[in-house]
Design a binder for this molecule. Structure first.
Ligand code: DC
Length: 206
């Protein structure tokens, strides 16, 4: 493939975006960026005592994989720093450059199709009911040996949804023209198949 080909994948936490993004990247040979990691890295710096905007401006995206950014505390901190417009601004140019790199890219996040790359060749909005997402998250935590409470996990999912969708800057919502993939009643294989079909269709059109 020559030139830019961008797949923008947005949706709420634990809807299956990451799994779908990795599968799309592998199938079509595209680079993948999990943009949540950028906000998690800033959130982690804030938990360590740094100021949010300075942390975002000083972020080195090359170091993202190294840090442990997967905890619930870091997810919460990420969702809080993500409401700050200056934090979002500081992260835009890296994401845009990644999106339009030669050879193509898949980015998953909350505002990829709406703000970062509205011109993306494929836009997917991957969603599921809060209950289905909380159930998955809870099972994941149990599988990791963590002592998680189902209702608490559901409350956390709802709180993060409310913050991500209710913020003034770049709120979570489907981009214009996005294909909606509701994974509530789908297996992982079905969700991945639906996403791959949408990308294949866009490639045929293009
Ligand atoms: O996808 P995630 O759970 O790793 O994202 C963590 C938080 O980062 C999420 O609650 C909101 C924020 N985020 C964002 O505002 N915009 C993005 N493109 C990606 C994540």
């Amino acid at each position: 493939m020559t030139g830019a080909f961008t797949v923008a994948i947005d949706g709420p936490a634990a809807a299956g975006k990451g799994t779908i993004a990795r599968a799309v990247a592998a199938e079509f040979g595209l680079a993948h960026l999990d943009t949540g990691l950028l906000y998690r890295a800033v959130g982690a710096r804030v938990l360590a005592g740094d100021e949010a905007v300075a942390a975002a401006r000083g972020l080195d995206p090359a170091t993202l994989e190294d840090a442990d950014l997967r905890s619930q505390a870091v997810a919460e901190a990420a969702s809080r720093v993500a409401v700050i417009p200056e934090v979002r601004d500081a992260l835009v140019s890296f994401q845009r450059a990644f999106a339009r790199r030669a050879g193509g890219a898949v980015l998953d996040g909350r505002d990829i199709g709406t703000v970062i790359c509205p011109e993306a060749e494929v836009k997917l909005y991957v969603t599921a009911s809060a209950e289905a997402r909380a159930e998955r998250r809870w099972r994941e935590l149990c599988d990791r040996g963590q002592d998680a409470d189902r209702d608490t996990v559901l409350d956390e999912v709802r709180a993060r949804d409310a913050r991500d969708a209710g913020r003034a800057t770049a709120p979570l919502r489907p981009a214009e023209g996005a294909v909606i993939v509701d994974t509530s009643a789908m297996s992982i294989a079905e969700a991945v198949a639906a996403a791959l079909a949408a990308v294949r269709q866009a490639k045929r059109r293009g």
